[in-house]
Ligand binder design. Sequence first.
Ligand code: T46
Length: 134
Amino acid sequence: MSLINIIDFPVLGDGRGALVALEANHHIPFEIKRVYYIYGTAQGLARGFHAHKELKQVAICLKGSCRFVMDDGKGKQEVILASPDKGLLIDAMQWHEMYDFSENCVLMVLASDIYDEDDYIRDYQNFLQEIKKC
Ligand code: T46
C-alpha cells in the first residue's frame, strides 16, 4: 500500500497565468476547518515528527519545495512536494516528518479540524503502540 497519496488539482490556466480552485469534499476529501502555512523555514531544520489521531490534512507546496517522509509504523516512503497543483494527503495515524525546505518554500496545509494539541501523537514509541490498536 502506498503511503504517498498525491491529489492532482485541475489547473485553470489561460494566457494570464494559472488558477487552482479547491473545493471541500471534492478536490479536498473533507470539510476544511483550518488553513495554515509554513514559510521562512530555517535551513537544515526538520519539522513534523508526529501523527494525528483523527485529523486529516492536505499539504500543498505553493512555492519552492520540501520533502515529506510518511510512516505507517510498518514502513516509510518519501515524496518531494514542489508544485502548487499537487496536494499530499496526510491521513490520520500517519507519522510524518518534513525535511529539506527550500529557502523560498511556502507550504500551505488544509486541515479537517481546528487546532487541538490533544490530537497529536508526538512520541514515536507511543505512535507504534497506538497503530497496533487500529
Ligand atoms: C502537521 C504539519 C504538517 C497552533 O497554535 N495552531 C496551529 O494550527 C498549528 C498548525 C500549530 N500551532 C502551534 C503549535 C506549536 O506551538 O504552532 C507551533 C508549531 O507547530 P508544530 O511544531 O506542530 O509545527 P510542525 O511544522 O512540526 O507541524 C505542523 C502542524 O502542527 C501539524 O499538524 O501535520 O505541520
